[in-house]
Design a protein around this ligand. Structure first.
Ligand code: 5RP
Length: 254
């Protein structure tokens, strides 16, 4: 497949843009044009590389954003909002009871029931509280991310854990059938494990592909037999481990 292609217009000829970037931008444009309320007052902005195009699409909409407050899901997200000339309000500064009109975010993988794996960029706890506070949560994912079951192409579940409990959590994940769960290192070996915006660690836990509703309806077990879990069951089991702040499985209302 062609990974890079030169854009056609003469003034852009010197630039190249990967097909993947084009797919992210196209997905973001459609999502924003379809789901951004023109009179939005509170908007959640997620993290990652796709969300860059979401912010671009919002600024290209031509709507008045001067009275709109944008809630970031982490440091990168806040920089993105501010650099676009939009107003950032941290989650913990939201007036009590505020409901966001909409929240946009990316995903690492999405299954046929629209469950997602998130946390590839280590922002999952803030992403989840922002998503949960929104009337509508719009997950922007290009064609590469859609798979029949979670953990098909993306191999592990990111889990945000208290540093003091990290190795206990790793042990508990092994008991649930994860093979080689590991604390995510930071870019520099000298700095030790990667730290989230909460100062927590991320444990990446590989599991077998997770069952969707159709599998359960067809009679499959989904309760961890031979290490095979239904999405909601595994999400709940992981969340129950002491030391886990949040699990990077987004399903239903969680
Ligand atoms: C960060 C996330 C991101 O939304 C997810 O990793 C998708 O990122 P990208 O748009 O770069 O593929 O959950 O923790």
């Amino acid at each position: 497949p062609t990974l890079f292609r030169t854009l056609q217009s003469p003034q852009r000829r010197q630039f190249t843009m990967s097909a993947v970037e084009e797919a992210k931008r196209a997905a973001a444009k459609v999502a924003v044009e379809k789901h951004y309320p023109k009179d939005a007052r509170w908007v959640g902005i997620g993290s990652g590389s796709t969300i860059v195009y979401v912010v671009e699409a919002i600024t290209n909409l031509g709507v008045d954003t001067s009275n709109t407050k944008y809630i970031p899901t982490g440091y990168q997200s806040k920089q993105l909002i501010v650099n676009a000339g939009l107003m950032a309000v941290e989650y913990d500064a939201l007036p009590l009871g505020t409901v966001l009109d909409v929240a946009f975010d990316g995903a690492d993988e999405v299954d046929e029931d629209l469950n997602c794996i998130k946390g590839g960029g280590a922002c999952l706890f803030q992403e989840k509280i922002v998503a949960l506070q929104a009337k509508e949560f719009i997950c922007v994912a290009d064609h590469r991310k859609l798979q029949p079951r979670l953990l098909t192409s993306w191999k592990s579940i990111p889990i945000e854990v208290a540093p003091i409990a990290a190795y206990r959590v790793v042990q508990k994940l092994k008991e649930l059938g994860s093979v080689n769960p590991a604390v995510r290192p930071s870019a520099s070996v000298k700095e030790g494990p990667l730290k989230t915006d909460q100062g927590f660690f991320i444990v990446d836990a590989p599991f077998k592909p997770m069952l969707i509703k159709a599998d359960i309806e067809a009679g499959q077990d989904g309760n961890g037999k031979d290490g095979v879990w239904a999405v909601e069951v595994l999400a709940r089991k992981i969340k129950e481990i002491i030391g886990v702040l949040e699990v990077g499985i987004f399903h239903g209302q969680t």
